[in-house]
Design a protein around this ligand. Structure first.
Ligand SMILES: Cc1cc2nc3c(=O)[nH]c(=O)nc-3n(C[C@H](O)[C@H](O)[C@H](O)COP(=O)(O)O)c2cc1C
Ligand code: SF4
Ligand code: SF4
Length: 299
């Protein structure tokens, strides 16, 4: 039986959901699939050697991969010359701008130096976990689209069909410029605050942080370290919205979306934001899904 591994980092679950769809499709085709969820401690990192198919999955942060993906690329074993390992990339983001196509540049360059070669990259639009809150109707539309599109693209991945996203002019420079976000988020993460009047002391945030960056002293006070990757898992999943995420607090999004929403289309003051780009994304996805259905690739 063939084996696949996807190394996944997911702050609030969107990217993980896409990986779950890939896993289901791979396993429907007899490919045993491991989803390895990344945390700061990479001492237990499985080697990609034992796997026929290797993938990396992440949410786009500031038009880049979060720095934990760069740490992962550096932690993988270096391969001998002539023994390149192929890999694919899955990523999710809140908006469908082409600029997001540049997000893997740095990770890809590190992986190339270590003997790994990318053959495919797929991008799924999922609800924002930061910047602004999409309506549930929009979030559900994104999820419905991903649920139909991911199996089609998982099939392409199984066949190792090349799929490289088109770059943008000055993409490398823009990606470099936005990587300032990475050290900035470490500093910003130290300045998080918890509103003690709202906090119910459930400890969810401490347990959830993938970087082990949050601790709570015996005095009940929260302490935030310098390893934040700004995944927003703590603030997004706090049941009482008690977090203040420092400089980015104006962009905070709290609480799960209703991805199964089936009611009327909801209006939002952000409806005009990237309207054309969302339209293009949904139309292209629909075309690809229809084509796969006509060719009996999927039901
Ligand atoms: C720090 C940060 C930066 C982000 N930057 C972008 C971005 O540049 N472009 C974008 O479309 N979405 C951006 N987003 C939104 C996420 O990429 C999106 O919500 C993603 O689906 C979250 O996936 P996750 O639940 O797996 O973490 C950003 C989110 C965060 C927290
Ligand atoms: S998740 Fe929210 S309510 Fe629970 S301990 Fe953390 S800050 Fe307090
Ligand atoms: S402190 Fe919060 S935003 Fe930062 S890495 Fe931990 S869970 Fe993510």
């Amino acid at each position: 039986m063939k084996k696949a591994i996807i190394y996944v980092f997911s702050g609030t679950g969107n990217t993980k959901k896409i990986c779950d769809l890939y896993k289901a499709e791979f396993e429907a085709h007899d490919v045993e699939t491991t989803l390895f969820e990344l945390k700061r401690d990479m001492s237990e990192l499985p080697s990609p050697d034992g796997f026929d198919l290797v993938g990396f999955a992440y949410p786009i942060h500031g038009f880049n991969a979060p720095h934990i993906m760069l740490d992962l690329a550096k932690a993988l074993p270096k391969r001998a010359k002539g023994d390149e390992k192929k890999y694919f990339v899955l990523k999710s983001s809140g908006e469908p701008l082409k600029l997001n196509n540049i997000s893997s540049y740095k990770m890809r360059a590190i992986l190339k130096r270590r003997g790994y070669a990318q053959f495919a990259e797929y991008h799924y639009v999922m609800p924002y976990n930061m910047i602004f809150r999409h309506t549930d109707s929009m979030a559900a539309k994104m999820w419905r689209t991903a649920k139909e599109l991911a199996p089609v693209e998982a099939r392409e991945t199984l066949d190792e069909t090349p799929h490289i996203l088109k770059g943008v002019p000055f993409g490398r420079f823009i990606a470099w410029l936005f990587r300032i976000e990475q050290p900035a988020m470490r500093v910003n993460g130290r300045m998080f605050k918890v509103n003690k009047d709202k906090c119910i002391g459930c400890g969810k945030c401490v347990k959830a942080c993938p970087m082990g960056n949050i601790s709570r002293g015996e005095d009940g006070k929260f302490r935030f370290g310098g390893d934040c990757v700004m995944c927003t898992r703590c603030s997004f999943s706090c049941p009482t919205d008690a977090f203040n995420i420092a400089l980015l607090n104006g962009w905070r999004v709290n609480g799960k979306y209703d991805l199964d929403y089936v009611g009327e289309e909801q209006k939002s003051k952000h409806d005009r934001y990237c309207k054309k780009a969302y339209k293009r994304y949904f139309e292209a996805a629909e075309q690809k899904i229809d084509c796969a259905k006509q060719n009996n690739v999927v039901e």
